[in-house]
Every structure is written in C-alpha cells, then in structure tokens.
Ligand binder design. Structure first.
Ligand code: SF4
Length: 334
C-alpha cells in the first residue's frame, strides 16, 4: 500500500541576512538538510529532537507554510511542491496544522465561534447557520461547552484554548494533521488530556498525524513510529517500541537517558548520558557525522570524514551511525 505522505530528500536552507560578511558569502542556515520518511494512512509518526533541529521547519514545508529549497513531498501521490491555487487550497483542506502556542495561535479579537468557522468561510462550506451548528458540534467533540462559541480566548485556560485549536483543525474534516508541539506550552496534567483527546479523535475520524515534539516521553503515548532529528537530519527511525527499548544511535540514547522513570529506585540506578558541548551552528555543520563533536563514542578519523547513511539495524529500524547497534535499555524505562 502506498504511503499517504512521502517525503524524500527534503531540504530547507534559509539565506543568512544578518551580518554583512556571511550574507556576502552566500551562507545559508541548513535548517532541514535531506530528510526522508513516509507516513501511512491512520498512522502517527513522531518527529523528535532538540530545539533548532529542523522538525518544525519540516512540518511547515510539508504544509507549504514554507517553500522547501529542494526535495520531494508527495501526498496521496500528488507532488505537493507543484500544487497551485485551487489544488493547493484543496491540499490545505486535507492537511491541517495545530500550532504550539494556544495563546498566540488564536486571534484574541475573535470569538471561539468565529475562529472555528474561519476555515469553513475560506473554503465556502455551508451557510452561516450550518457553520454555527458545526462549531457547536465540534466544541462538544473536543470536550468544551457548545455555548462557549460566543466567548473570547482570554476567558479560557491554555488547555481549553488548545482544544479550540484542535477543533479548528478538524472543522474541514482533514485526512492528516501536523501537530507542531501541541502540548509543550501546557501544564503536565493538561498535556495528558490533550494527548488522550488527539488519540480519541484519531480513532473517531481516522486521522493521520505527524506529531512534532522535543520530548520523547510525550510522544511515546501517541506514536506508532518515531523519527529522531539532529541538526537538520534524521538520525534514527523506527517503531516506537524498537526506538525506546533498543535505541541504536548515541543521540537517541542520550535523549532517552534524560526521560525520567516513575520508579525512584530505577531512576537512581540509571546512568544519565550527558552530552558535552553545544549543538553546532547549522550555517556550518560539522563534516562527516554531524554528531561527532558531541558523540561520546566517536572514533576518528571515520566519524569526522564520512557521513553515515541511515541504514537498517533491525527490520523497520534504521540509524545513521557507523557503529549503530541496538542498545537494550527497556528494563530501566518501563
Ligand atoms: Fe558517534 Fe561516529 Fe556514530 Fe556519529 S557515526 S553517532 S560520531 S559513533
């Protein structure tokens, strides 16, 4: 079966506009630098990594909020980068976006009803009355009182606003939703509620998610597969169980070692892998393996001379490391 979304060799380089020398030299920030993955219908793929690794830029290129520099994006077999006017509008109807910040993403001058009806107005769906009914219905589905349709965002908590953000994304009955850190601005107790809501909605509407997060603990609960990004590239990709139980790339291992375990005894016994140094500058990423400046097991000269390709370490589980091998740590994490 063909994937719903296929991304191949995606790159997004931003020209450097600050600093006379850098802009004259034609330097670019390589935010996304050759990313490839697929997302099947009904699946949730988690895209994880530290801030600035390129995960949100990848999501925005897929939704055409940003134009990719190069690479292929196919949705239901159509070349997304070639879509124009009407076709692009139809694509955006099918692929919706949930933004990270429920405070900034909702217009404070509009009521919840106006915010949610906006996509219907843009796509000329229904009469005014039908739109209002649909807003009420959707508010109920996301666990809010339909009477809130006349209220303003400032009257509600972050969790309630994010529910409205989710309701807005669902108004056009999309096939896929790109969730860009939808819970990272929320309290931990509210995060669980929103994740549960997203899971319920996925079952009810048969949705496909690309779930972007910096926290591996959050996406464990919702993802079928996980792609770990570092400095614009995917360094590990696999089923969530394989990636969580047997991480094969040193970067994934260090991220997972920082995830707290609910058992205090196990937590005390766990060895935390602390990475040295800062994330390198994406204007001038390191040669060879991009992780070699921080990798605790780097070997020279191979790690700084040769870029490791993403290769299979187990069926359906890939890692981009010359020495990748599954590293069992499941007992600590469960
Ligand atoms: Fe570390 Fe070398 Fe593997 Fe890169 S290729 S992750 S530097 S061991």
């Amino acid at each position: 079966m063909a994937a719903l979304l296929e991304v191949a060799g995606l790159k997004k380089h931003f020209p450097v506009s600050q600093g006379v020398l850098l802009s004259r030299l034609g330097k670019t920030v390589k935010a996304v630098d050759g990313v490839s993955f697929t997302v099947d219908e009904g699946e949730t793929l988690g895209l994880v990594g530290e801030s600035g690794c390129g995960k949100s830029t990848t999501g925005r290129c897929i939704n055409r909020l940003l134009e990719a520099t190069t690479g292929r994006i196919q949705f239901e077999g159509a070349d997304v980068r070639k879509l124009r006017s009407k076709q692009l509008k139809a694509y955006r109807r099918d692929v919706q976006f949930i933004f990270q910040d429920p405070y900034a993403s909702l217009n404070p001058r509009m009521t919840f009803g106006e915010i949610m009806a906006e996509p219907l107005v843009i796509h000329r769906v229904g009469t005014r009355r039908e739109r209002q009914e649909r807003c009420k219905e959707m508010l109920e589905i996301v666990g809010l009182n339909p009477e809130h349709i006349h209220r303003y965002p400032h009257e509600f908590s972050g969790g309630q606003r994010q529910r409205v953000g989710i309701a807005r994304a669902l108004m056009l009955r999309p096939k896929m939703i790109i969730c860009d850190e939808p819970v990272s601005a929320l309290d931990v107790s509210i995060q669980a509620q929103i994740i549960n809501l997203l899971e319920d909605l996925q079952k009810e509407f048969g949705l496909t998610y690309l779930f972007i997060a910096h926290d591996l603990a959050v996406i464990r609960h919702i993802c079928d597969r996980v792609a770990v990004m570092y400095l614009g590239k995917i360094v590990e990709l696999g089923g969530w169980r394989e990636v969580y139980d047997t991480p094969s790339h040193p970067y994934t291992q260090s991220l997972l070692s920082a995830v707290p375990v609910p058992d205090p005894d196990k937590q005390r016994r766990r060895a935390r892998i602390i990475l040295e140094g800062d994330v390198p500058n994406p204007i001038d990423p390191p040669r060879g393996c991009r992780f070699h400046t921080r990798c605790p097991i780097a070997q020279f000269p191979i790690c700084c001379d040769e870029e490791p390709p993403l290769r299979e370490v187990a069926p359906g589980h890939q890692a981009a490391c010359h020495f990748a091998k599954p590293f069992p740590i499941s007992e600590d994490r469960m």
